[in-house]
Design a binder for this molecule. Structure first.
Ligand code: FE2
Length: 356
């Protein structure tokens, strides 16, 4: 039984087939159980789920689905994700309370999450679980580490550098524990003086990590320079172009993408397609082009084969990534005889709102 291995596919309810078997219990938004794991879906039950406003369900690789064409979710990462989150809570909590902390003693728990991401490549499922956490700084730190480690692998860095870039991603904002929480709660609407104080976090992060015994120069530069921009518009040094370390380009792209796609205390997120488009624009002005284009290719590769919700509310599945323009893939909308294929290169008013 696949459900015993916690393996299932997340699918929009309106694309479920008669005979699909639920891989997990289904609850209403208020937490009331609607259907139990193992239930065989019928047309009536599918209608009921739609009427209740339930958008997705997890189903097993059973009747009515072609297993080879679906991406299966594996929630075996749960333990490493929770451990990494707890570890970050411990480290940042101690720093915020001005208590001494040894990051080295906790490094393994953070590396376990990075290793799990690299070895399985299941970045979307891992990030979905990370995004469910409440604390913005902790989930941002983990997510930037996850994006950074994958991007470092896509850029074909060696194993040691991949590990260091991933850890730099997790620790890049650790210096924010030294900044007033009120400033952190409105990062997009600060006065000049407040912005100046916020910008100090890169130096704090660098110094904390160095003080804790990390001496890899690429890792330290990635942390110190993650807000530098190739046109000199960044901080803290306003350095330009190739004076910025390649590892810092990686963390900068990861940081930017997570910021764009996540609700912040004072800013609403944009969808993944819009965020990739925004990054691509910035690739030729302030972010490193090769790093951005590699990130876009890598992320779109991960979207291939997954179900999605479109910007017009329809459900679909990403079936083909156009190599010349990966942000605009081909989507299969609907199911059975009623399904149709849409090439987003020619439907630019339509975009992927959410990847499942
Ligand atoms: Fe930062």
């Amino acid at each position: 039984m696949l459900s015993k291995q916690h393996k299932y596919v997340l699918i929009p309810v309106d694309l479920c087939e008669d005979g699909s078997i639920l891989g997990e219990d289904v609850f209403t938004e208020s937490g009331k159980l609607v259907l139990s794991e193992g239930t065989i879906l019928t047309a009536e039950l599918i209608e009921k789920l739609i009427a209740l406003g339930i958008f997705t369900v997890s189903i097993q690789a059973q009747l009515g689905l072609d297993e080879s064409n679906n991406i299966y979710v594996n929630d075996n990462h749960k333990e490493v994700i929770e451990k990494a989150y707890q570890t970050l809570d411990t480290i940042m909590g101690m720093l915020a309370n001005r208590k001494p902390v040894s990051i080295k003693n906790h490094e393994q728990e953070l590396q376990d999450l990075l290793q799990s991401t690299i070895s399985t490549g299941e970045i979307i499922d891992i990030l979905r679980q990370v995004q469910a956490f409440d604390d913005y700084l902790y989930k941002h730190s983990l997510a930037v580490g996850i994006y950074s480690v994958m991007l470092a692998a896509w850029l074909k860095l060696d194993d040691k550098d991949i590990k260091n870039v991933g850890l730099a991603g997790i620790l890049h904002d650790i210096g924010k524990t030294k900044i007033d929480k009120e400033l952190l709660s409105k990062p997009n609407s600060l006065t000049g003086r407040q912005q100046e104080i916020l910008e100090r976090h890169v130096r704090f992060s660098h110094d904390i990590v160095k003080f804790c015994g990390f001496h890899d120069s690429g890792m330290l530069k990635a942390i110190l320079q993650h807000h530098e921009r190739i046109d000199g518009s960044g901080y803290p040094e306003r350095i330009k172009g190739n004076l910025i370390h390649p590892f810092a380009h990686i963390v900068a792209v990861a940081d930017r993408y997570h910021n764009l796609t996540t609700d912040q205390p004072d800013k609403k997120r944009i969808n993944h397609t819009e965020a990739l488009k925004a990054l691509r624009k910035e690739a030729f002005t302030c972010l490193d082009a090769k790093t951005v284009l590699t990130f876009i290719d890598g992320m779109m590769g991960k979207y291939s084969g997954r179900f999605c919700k479109m910007s017009n509310g329809q459900s679909g599945k990403v079936v083909f990534i156009n190599r010349d323009d990966p942000i605009y893939p081909i989507i299969k909308i609907g199911k059975g005889a009623e399904s149709k294929y849409i090439d987003l290169r020619f439907e630019k008013n339509l975009s992927i709102h959410e990847i499942l």
